[in-house]
Design a protein around this ligand. Structure first.
Ligand code: 6MZ
Length: 374
């Protein structure tokens, strides 16, 4: 390597490390989309040995790096075959938190679809209990899942601030996803479950799933019910150009929106005037065709308009990305400086669904990190 190449490699390395060191807030991460490839392969091997699947075929699908939107949803069906029993759900939840914490995510909202699976003796409630069990089993980091039964925010806060502490600390909250394949009654069950589990770290509702499946009217009663109960809501919006639905989602005025890829000029102006915070998923949108390229991603337009945004991974396992990588991509594609990236990470903390005590604590974390990183 010549000196110039070495110098450039060192600059890239330094920036990548800085993005890892930056405290980050993750607001859009699907549990089963964030599973490690190594875990998926191990689970596939086990099912292959039992003759449930053909391991070699599944291995190729897991290791493939480019994925269209329809392929993603076929893959989720496969992931669900691999992951949907209580012990595996627990394992996956534990690993996903460990992975986010390892790259200095200080606040994580994980969303997942509670699943009924009679064959496995699984109900939506027992699925969520298995997720929570996984969060409690995390040992590598201190997890603040819900404040009353765990530790006071004061204690956690001092640990989050303590760069020398042996263990990293992370706030984790859960959002329950309504899958677009579900009926109104199943969606209602999910909202009622969120209410039932509000003292166990569940703080919101998400609407997700294959955007070409289902009708807005099917989920609306459940989303309205959540709204009436005061449960914060985030909705996948505009992953495909469904004009009627995009309009209806904007009119519904949820607390946050995911993606917002295929909005026309009128919808775009409406979104901006409503100032609904957007969860931006760069890699996911480029891979699934929601954005033509990184350079042409709508992040730039929203960022320049000072629209409230947070950078997110969507499915870090599926798209082989990480939140640090998403910040790095923003730096290299759109030329944001370190202080602008820092501001972006800090701003995301305003859009969390957790309460003001957590928000205040995150403020302190960023105040403390500023001295170290800028
Ligand atoms: C829409 C998505 C998604 O819930 O089993 N999901 N929904 N758009 C996306 N963009 C690519 N990525 C993931 O996690 C997997 C589920 O999350 C939703 C899908 O419903 C998928 O089945 P959980 O933990």
């Amino acid at each position: 390597m010549d000196t110039e190449t070495e110098r450039k490699a060192a600059v890239v390395e330094e920036m990548r490390e800085w993005c890892v060191a930056l405290p980050k807030v993750e607001l859009h991460a699907h549990l089963n989309g964030s599973v490690r490839n190594s875990t998926l392969l191990e689970l596939a091997k086990q099912l292959g040995d039992k003759g449930v699947i053909v391991f070699e075929d599944v291995k190729d699908v897991i290791m493939k790096s480019d994925r269209s939107l329809p392929e993603c949803f076929k893959l989720f069906d496969l992931f669900h075959i691999l992951t949907t029993d209580h012990d595996t759900v627990t394992r996956v939840a534990k690993e996903v938190v460990e992975d986010f914490a390892a790259e200095n995510v200080v606040y994580l909202e994980i969303r997942t679809t509670p699943k009924n699976n009679e064959a496995k003796g699984m109900t939506k409630r027992s699925y969520m209990d298995a997720v929570i069990k996984g969060l409690k089993e995390v040992e590598a980091v201190d997890v603040a899942l819900f404040d009353s039964n765990f530790r006071t925010n004061e204690t956690l806060n001092s640990k989050l601030l303590d760069g020398d502490a042996k263990k990293k600390k992370i706030y984790v909250r859960l959002l329950l996803s309504i899958d677009r394949r579900e009926t109104t009654s199943a969606a209602m069950d999910t909202v009622n479950l969120a209410m039932e589990m509000k003292d166990q770290g569940v703080i919101g509702i998400d609407l997700s799933g294959n955007p070409v499946v289902g009708e807005w009217e099917t989920y609306l009663p459940a989303l309205q019910h959540a709204k009436n109960l005061g449960i914060p809501i985030t909705i996948h919006c505009g992953e495909v150009a469904n004009r009627k639905e995009i309009q209806a989602v904007l009119d519904f005025f949820p607390q946050r929106l995911g993606h917002v890829c295929c909005l026309n000029d009128v919808e775009w102006e409406k979104l901006k005037s409503l100032m609904i915070p957007v969860e931006i998923c760069l890699t996911s949108n480029v891979m699934t065709g929601g954005a033509p390229s990184l350079e042409l991603h709508h992040f730039a337009d929203l960022y320049n308009a000072k629209h409230p945004l947070s950078l997110c991974t969507d499915d870090s396992g599926l798209f082989s990305t990480s939140l640090s990588n998403e910040y790095y991509l923003v730096a290299t594609t759109f030329g944001l400086s370190k202080s602008e990236l820092f501001q972006q990470a800090q701003d995301a903390a305003q859009f969390v669904f957790a309460d003001d005590v957590v928000k205040k604590s995150l403020k302190e974390v960023f105040k403390h990190a500023e001295k170290r990183l800028l």
